[in-house]
Design a protein around this ligand. Structure first.
Ligand code: ARG
Length: 470
């Protein structure tokens, strides 16, 4: 394409090293759609005769079919998807095809193509995230009365319900949904018409192409437009944070699935066995997801590092921006293919969970708060119950089974009415503060989550409606 300026052909090693076809060929349909918008605008502004524009659009559509039918063999020597399609167009309709690129640079073209491509990719990611959150909320409804130990420092802390546990993870993923919406919004602007870096001397109509491609707005500064990749960073940040959330969920389930904890039951169809140990049932799916979160964080660091030192505006470093982005999208859709169905099939063994309550010490805070309600200052209540805990451990007595006499020998303020409070279920249900562990509070959370989920779905549907016809 630049043969006019050069006296030598490009070295073959350079051709191979500088190509981006391996990355951008998958965006061929989006690239063609961007070119159609451009050509329509050229006709609209009178820069191109209407009949010539019609010929170009028709030929572009034919090329799209060739690609779909695998009848288009792109050449690495043409560097990327953009040049391959343009070369094919000129091959098909000669001088008319050669007019397509007026008023356009690959710098704004690449940008346009990726944004067109990403919008529908992000809508798919949303579908995956939606199904994950929906699966968690459904499990929460199913398990809101199943009492299990809650942990801090992985040490037993206070009783919760498994419903509260599922909703805790659902909350994290709902924050991710908000980040995904923000990333979509960042992608949803039209760069076409910014040219190489400074706009054009031709009377381009950027608003026309924006509307044709269904973007929300046009970008405001041509230099910034071709130089930045913030919209990619937004996606990668969403994905990295999502990855940490998914990893933590998986880690919890892996722990609860061990023989030592043992109250989470994973479906056979989502576990794998061992080639040597016949007894094994391993949570490999969860482990792989936990591992993949490293890739997701790595992708964010990769792009942040790439962009931090490049001068305005476009530099070729940016060509590789899509490498970790596309890997990220593939990684996310892999996670979404297994995690929501796995969650839907998780079962609980409440009896096993209750074995964890055998020493009754998980109820210690309840006793301290009982004393507070009987006028004891919290610090001395804490100390008194601390002594009781020590007494129980030394005398091998479960705290929830002490008689009134035993209690009163350690803490004289305690009366008969403490005893019926000392069960894990009662304890869980009495934590009825807003956002607390009681089944009533979990029901409120579930209701909010369903509403939020519907609101998110609505926002994404509105976005989907604005995607252009091919
Ligand atoms: N293949 C390149 C890319 O994907 C095209 C960039 C063209 N711009 C340039 N100034 N060389 O980014």
């Amino acid at each position: 394409m630049w043969k006019g300026r050069f006296a030598q052909d490009t070295d073959e090693a350079v051709v191979n090293f500088t190509q981006s076809l391996d990355l951008d060929w998958r965006m061929a349909a989006a690239d063609i759609r961007g070119s159609i918008a451009h050509v329509r605008m050229l006709a609209h502004t009178g820069l191109l005769a209407k009949d010539e524009a019609a010929v170009i659009e028709k030929n572009l559509r034919e090329i799209a079919c060739e690609i779909k039918d695998n009848a288009f063999e792109p050449k690495i020597s043409l560097e990327d998807v953009h040049m391959n399609i343009e070369a094919r167009l000129t091959e098909k309709c000669g001088a008319t095809g050669a007019r397509l690129h007026m008023g356009r640079s690959r710098n704004d073209q690449v940008n346009t193509t990726v944004r067109l491509y990403l919008r529908s990719e992000l809508l798919d990611i949303w579908q995956g995230l939606y199904s994950l959150i929906a699966a968690l909320v459904k499990k929460a409804e199913e398990h809101k009365n199943k009492v299990v130990p809650g942990y801090t420092h992985l040490q037993q802390a206070q009783p919760i319900s498994m419903g509260h546990f599922w909703m805790a993870h659902a909350q994290a993923f709902m924050r991710d949904a908000r980040r995904l919406l923000a990333a979509y919004d960042a992608v949803d602007e039209s760069p076409l018409g910014c040219g190489a870096l400074a706009g054009s001397t031709l009377p381009l109509d950027r608003e026309f192409t924006r509307a044709d491609m269904g973007f929300s707005r046009i970008t405001e500064n041509s230099m910034d437009t071709v130089a930045h990749r913030d919209h990619f960073l937004d996606i990668l940040y969403f994905a990295a944070v999502f990855g940490t959330h998914a990893s933590r969920l998986c880690e919890d389930l892996i722990i609860y699935f061990t023989t030592e904890f043992g109250w989470v039951k994973l479906p056979d169809s989502f576990c794998t066995g061992s080639s040597i140990m016949p007894q094994k049932k391993n949570p490999d799916v969860l482990e792989i997801i936990r591992g993949k979160s490293g890739q997701l964080t790595g992708a964010l660091v990769d792009l942040l590092t790439m962009v931090k030192g490049i001068p305005l505006t476009y530099n070729r470093d940016l060509q590789d921006d899509k490498r970790s982005l596309f890997r990220t999208l593939i990684c996310l859709s892999g996670i979404f293919s297994v995690l929501p169905p796995l969650i839907s099939k998780v079962d609980i063994d409440e009896e096993r969970a209750n074995r964890g309550f055998e020493d009754g010490l998980i109820l210690a805070t309840d006793v301290a708060e009982y004393l507070v309600l009987h006028g004891v200052p919290f610090r001395s209540a804490h100390e008194k119950v601390g002594h009781a805990v020590r007494w129980c451990i030394e005398n091998k007595r479960p705290m929830d089974k002490l008689t009134l006499l035993e209690w009163q020998a350690i803490i004289p303020e305690i009366e008969e009415d403490l005893l019926p409070l000392l069960s894990p279920r009662r304890s869980m249900e009495r934590r009825d503060t807003a956002g607390g562990a009681s089944s009533h509070q979990v029901e409120i959370q579930i209701e909010h989550a369903n509403k939020k989920l519907a609101d998110f779905a609505h926002e994404f549907e509105e976005y989907a409606k604005r995607l252009p016809q091919m």
